[in-house]
Design a protein around this ligand. Structure first.
Ligand SMILES: Cc1cc2nc3c(=O)[nH]c(=O)nc-3n(C[C@H](O)[C@H](O)[C@H](O)COP(=O)(O)O)c2cc1C
Length: 119
């Protein structure tokens, strides 16, 4: 029977120069990839150069029909996973703006809703 492995993204949620999140996320990835019951990939938000809120129609209203190429690339990447691990900093009692921005995008909305918290 075809039983594909679970694909899990480890998402590096901080983007600032000198971020500690880079070391932390690599540390998690190195441990995670030793497992043989799931595939892990480190996904760095910074690599996708996503401007904040630059889609003209909200993700919920457009149902993921994005207009910008960078959003389409990000959406395709994040849609390819079954589960997510977030590595986040805390800035002034909240998560980084870049991380909040991607959580607002369509692919993660359903997951956040299921987890019972508002993005
Ligand atoms: C602007 C700023 C605000 C911060 N606010 C908090 C905070 O509210 N609570 C906290 O525990 N740490 C706070 N910190 C500490 C960071 O969460 C901590 O340094 C973290 O490692 C930063 O992650 P990064 O290096 O990946 O950006 C703050 C750091 C910065 C730079």
């Amino acid at each position: 029977m075809n039983n594909p492995m679970l694909k899990i993204a480890i998402i590096l949620g901080s983007t600032r120069p000198g971020r500690n999140g880079e070391v932390v996320s690599h540390w998690i990835y190195e441990i995670a990839k030793k497992r043989n019951d799931a595939d892990f990939e480190l996904v760095d938000i910074k690599d996708f150069n996503l401007p904040l809120l630059d889609e003209p129609i909200s993700a919920a209203a457009s149902m993921g029909q994005y207009s910008k190429e960078h959003t389409k690339i990000w959406s395709a990447k994040i849609d390819s996973f079954d589960a997510y691990v977030f590595v986040t900093a805390e800035y002034n009692h909240g998560i980084p703006g870049a991380l909040k921005g991607i959580i607002r995008l369509q692919a993660l909305l359903a997951m956040v809703a299921l987890a019972g918290c508002a993005p």
